[in-house]
Design a protein around this ligand. Sequence first.
Ligand SMILES: *Cc1c(COP(=O)(O)O)cnc(C)c1O
Length: 392
Amino acid sequence: MPRVSLGERVLALRAQREAAHRRRRSRTVARRDGVRCEVDGRELLNFCSNDYLGLAQHPRMIAALRDAAGEGAGSTASHLVCGHGAQHAALETELADWLQAPRALLFGSGYMANLAVVQALLGDGDACVQDKLNHASLIDAARLAGCAHKRYPHADADAAGRQLASHADGAALLASDGVFSMDGDVAPLRALARIAREGQATLYVDDAHAVGVMGNAGRGSIDAAGLDGNDVPLRLVTFGKALGSAGAAVIGDADLIAHLAETARPYIYTTALPPAQAAATREAVRIAREGDDLRERLHANIDRLKSGARARGLRLMASETPIQPLLVGDDANALAMAAALEASGYWVAAIRPPTVPEGGARLRIALSAAHDARQIDALLDALSRARDVVMA
Ligand SMILES: *Cc1c(COP(=O)(O)O)cnc(C)c1O
């Protein structure tokens, strides 16, 4: 085969994406003030962020960052060299205490944490069994780990059981998102816990979208399902969503986590989070833990959006979480709906394949405790108008 020019290849692929309405562009947020932001010189109401509790600019979070600023802008090294400071150690202790687990281990991001878990625990001869709609980082993790990779149809615990049974040798991880990031539905965790027990697999729950939002004291989907660390020996918590910060932690069984801390490449070969970032996350944990009022406001907003959508004949997907998708189907229509909403002053993300399955393009409406009733009603009116124009 002749040598291929990468320059020509990327231009051809870009033209293909253009024709398929699959270009992706980041927008620059010039100014952000809670759910209001300025983009391209216009003020938009933000309905696409994952800041579910409105903590990213919370005065207590900013004060925590400022108070820890003297500790420096960087941690200076990886955890195992000399980057692990008092803020990191305290954050790990406080996370384990909040989530009632033996140990927590910090990571630079949720993406890296998922790579670490699968790669450090599984290899040749082992199996990672996971939901088809799991986050891309879990899919990539299994691809990179060199284990058998088995994906079961969305939320089908019995199919997960059959996958486990078909790979009865070696170790097995059964991995699921707690709340699915593009659908907003909750995994059948009680059934998955039973299947994992029967199949002698370790259940791993990626709780990026549920911690802070669901369960007693915001402990997440595992607590909401009435399960604990015996059922789910490992879970992922990310700090960039409801906690309004950045970074992640794997939480659970002390021996499994000790193994990650000594062997996981995405833990060892990367710089620890800046200490002030860890300090801000500690404050986020305190706010989220005591944040029943924030969760009440968030859930009132979810109820208001759902009932308002029903009244206007807008068919949202079945979800009780802050992720409330409106299935559109066609990529171009999803983009046109998002553009119409933006013209009315609302920022809602159009999610297209390959992030979602083919034919599954949608508007992913994300709610926050920081929205108010009037803003939600106004979004609903704008959604009805956009639908009438685009889908006519
Ligand atoms: C966002 C997300 C991640 C990645 O977390 P980051 O800290 O943003 O890298 C992992 N899993 C799920 C389900 C997510 O939604």
